[in-house]
Design a protein around this ligand. Structure first.
Ligand code: NAD
Ligand code: UFG
Length: 338
């Protein structure tokens, strides 16, 4: 069985990707420091797939520890690098911590891949690299704009670092995946997103209001120049996102050396109100909300053109929105019981 190193594999997207990789026949070893995740995720993955992934409790910024972890797993064919801090607002307060964590981790990973001759890396990038785009939907050719937060800047810088590393090493291949807005949970309700404290993101906020943990949803602005005045995003089911990583891994096995970039979205923009309505219709639970002022830094509208991923990876987002809403709610109910 081919082995893949999944950094940050106990986290939200990493755990779903581990499930998808195992179901596709890969052997997964997770490197995670559990900074934003829990060890019992490994058992939950095992309940879903029948296999507990191997695990190294390691901080990717710790050069010696990462070297040892790679030495133990030098037979891996590739790395999927999720490990990062991801809270946009927090990154403004703690820029050094964000640059250090996200960039030193990446440098360590690239260094050890080179040392152990591991050829393939898939990197978690973000739609944030497009800033406020001039045209919609965004394609991979849409010009990047200056990032509006240190978090976003780590993604822009990481993409550059990977491109440069690949250009200098003819053995290395990279796929940069620009995620739009991942939502939902595994249909089993056994794994999902675990927000720390008050959620920053829309979907976990909605499910916490539904569960009675928060009194109401604050909707940030209804005066945007969009079809209904609310911000528009491309919400993509996390299980579809996970499948794209399997497709990327397969693609790399026959890819020429170099760096490939793919948008991962549905190609469909939904407004905040449309998402709230979709949740209510799918679950039958009403969401109390209040319209408040705009959130600084929010892009009015962004959604993906994901045609390239379809053409090259043979991947499309396929989960029905109402199934995504139901899985998010199932997961929320499971964690609320604990
Ligand atoms: P997450 O916080 O749930 O998962 C990240 C995992 O990485 C956690 O398990 C955390 O413990 C681990 N980690 C962080 N720093 C580490 C370090 N130094 N060493 C080892 N492990 C470390 O986040 P997620 O939503 O699953 O995001 C995964 C990746 O996708 C991140 O790179 C994130 O920036 C990117 N991304 C996420 C979104 C989103 O909306 N969730 C959107 C675009 C891009
Ligand atoms: N929103 C609300 N109320 C909330 C939370 C969010 O109205 O309580 C609105 C926001 O204003 C925005 C939409 O819901 O219009 C989506 O907001 P999220 O915070 O869920 O997602 P963002 O699009 O702001 O952020 C996401 C990722 C970031 C990434 C960014 C840009 O979470 O990691 O996309 O790609 F940087």
């Amino acid at each position: 069985m081919q082995k893949i190193i999944v950094t940050g594999g106990c986290g939200y997207i990493g755990s779903h990707t581990t499930v998808a990789l195992q179901n596709a026949g890969y052997n997964v070893v997770i490197f995670d420091n559990l900074a934003n995740s829990r060890i019992d995720t490994l058992d939950r993955i095992a309940e879903i797939t029948g296999t507990r992934p191997d695990f190294e409790h390691v901080d990717c910024t710790d050069t010696n520890a990462i070297q040892n972890a790679f030495a133990k797993n030098s037979d891996a064919i590739g790395v999927i690098h999720f490990a990062a801090l991801k809270a946009v607002g927090e990154s403004v307060q703690k820029p050094i911590e964000y640059y250090k964590n996200n960039l030193i981790s990446l440098l360590n990973i690239l260094e050890q891949m080179s040392a152990f001759d591991i050829k393939n890396i898939v990197f978690s990038s973000s739609a944030t690299v497009y800033g406020t785009p001039d045209t919609l939907p965004v394609t991979e050719q849409t010009p990047l704009q200056p990032a509006t937060s240190p978090y976003g800047q780590t993604k822009v810088m990481a993409e550059t670092i990977i491109r440069d590393a690949v250009a200098a090493n003819s053995n290395l291949r990279a796929v940069l995946l620009r995620y739009f807005n991942p939502i939902g949970a595994h249909p089993s309700g056994k794994i999902g997103e675990l927000p720390n404290g008050v959620p920053n993101n829309l979907m976990p906020y909605i499910t916490q209001v539904a569960a009675g943990i928060r009194e109401k949803l604050n909707i940030f602005g209804n005066d945007y120049e969009t079809r209904d005045g609310f911000c528009i995003r491309d919400y993509i089911d996390v299980n579809d996102l996970a499948d794209a990583h399997v497709a990327a891994m397969r693609y790399m096995e026959q890819m020429q050396n170099g760096t490939a970039i793919f948008n991962l979205g549905t190609g469909r923009g939904l407004s905040v109100m449309e998402l709230v309505n979709a949740f209510e219709h799918a679950t039958g639970v009403k969401i109390k909300y209040e319209i408040t002022s705009r959130r600084p830094g929010d892009v009015p509208a962004i959604w993906a053109c994901a045609d390239l991923a379809k053409e090259k990876l043979g991947w499309v987002a396929k989960t029905d929105l109402s199934d995504t809403m139901k899985s998010a709610w199932r997961w929320q109910q499971n964690i609320s019981e604990k």
